[in-house]
Design a protein around this ligand. Structure first.
Ligand code: MLT
Length: 318
């Protein structure tokens, strides 16, 4: 099959696709306009965060499948794909540990002011007193909003650090998750506001849908303690960024943020978000899934999906 891989992808997996007889074009830094222009006769498109719009899908005359090499499919116009008969697949779960690790890393870094510590030392300042007031993580109440594959991995890490873990109840939870919830002693609560009010830390692990858009709004932020920490490694649009900036400025809330409302397309560029530059924020470059382990696991699944699609299997995607 003719495949356009439009984002970073392990070399070994590209070689594997060629070995299997596929024709691969590797263009990892495309923005959505360049993507449209580069599609050509590709039958399969593999993307990470570059938006795939209706126009792009229409431009791909030979396109039969779009694979999002990650969990969320919010960057792909799935309705247009369905109209055009193009399959949309994602790879949920393979990067769950990596995202959970980053969320927990941001929590530890914020609690100990690690980035500020490092920046001060690099600038030649020694100020032990300034950094001697961390609250500590052990014994804190950690709220997990979204107990899916990533949320559960985050909850496991939080439990291992001796925190009390709370999570939003979801009646559709499968048996395995219910068992894990019991093993970890996770306390389920009924609504996001209760979670925000109860916890010292609130970590978001939700997909972006109409129902979750701005789930962290003024009202929810008002329930959070002023020394609380918000973590968002899911999608920027889950948070009303203006409301968060207000809450940080009026009440001192701090945040670890890996995802922003307006992320530059194609992997590099300028970010204009006020949130990214705010002193109460430890921000990273949407790198939750960006570990070698996670990217290899995702790529293995992508290679498998392409093989199955070529062999005519029905893929249960998204
Ligand atoms: C995901 O949806 O899993 C991530 O956004 C993937 C990524 O950053 O590549």
């Amino acid at each position: 099959m003719r495949i356009l891989v439009a984002d970073t992808f392990p070399e070994t997996s590209l070689a594997e696709l060629s070995r299997l007889g596929h024709e691969c074009v590797y263009q990892p830094d495309l923005d959505s306009e360049q993507l449209r222009e580069t599609l050509g006769e590709a039958e399969v498109l593999v993307v990470r965060s570059t938006p795939v719009t209706a126009e792009t899908l229409e431009a791909g005359g030979a396109l039969r499948m779009v694979i999002r090499a990650g969990s969320g499919t919010n960057t792909i116009d799935s309705a247009a794909a369905a109209r055009l008969g193009i399959h949309v697949c994602n790879v949920p779960g393979r990067n769950a540990v990596a995202v959970a690790e980053l969320a927990f890393g941001l929590l530890l870094a914020l609690d100990r002011n690690i980035a500020d510590n490092v920046a001060d030392l690099r600038a030649g300042h020694w100020d032990k007193r300034r950094y001697s007031r961390a609250r500590g993580i052990h014994g804190r109440r950690v709220g997990v909003l979204g107990l899916g594959r990533i949320g559960l991995r985050f909850a496991e890490r939080a439990a291992a650090f001796g925190t009390h873990v709370y999570a939003l109840d979801n009646p559709e939870r499968d048996r395995q998750t219910r068992e894990r919830v019991e093993e970890l002693g996770i306390e389920l609560v009924a609504d996001p506001h209760e979670l925000a009010q109860t916890c010292d830390v609130l970590s978001l692990h939700l997909p972006l849908t109409e129902a979750t858009h701005h789930i962290v709004d003024r009202e929810l932020l008002a329930r959070m303690r002023s020394d609380a920490i918000l973590l968002n490694t899911s999608r920027g649009e889950l948070v009303d960024e203006d409301a968060l900036i207000e809450a940080m400025e009026s009440r001192g809330i701090r945040a670890g943020i890996d995802v922003f409302r307006d992320e530059p397309e194609g992997g590099t560029g300028n970010i204009t978000s006020r949130l990214a530059a705010h002193p109460n924020v430890y921000g990273t470059h949407h790198i939750g899934a960006s570990t070698e382990q996670a990217q290899q696991a995702v790529a293995d699944e992508v290679v498998h999906m392409i093989g199955a699609f070529r062999a005519g299997s029905v893929l249960h995607c998204v």
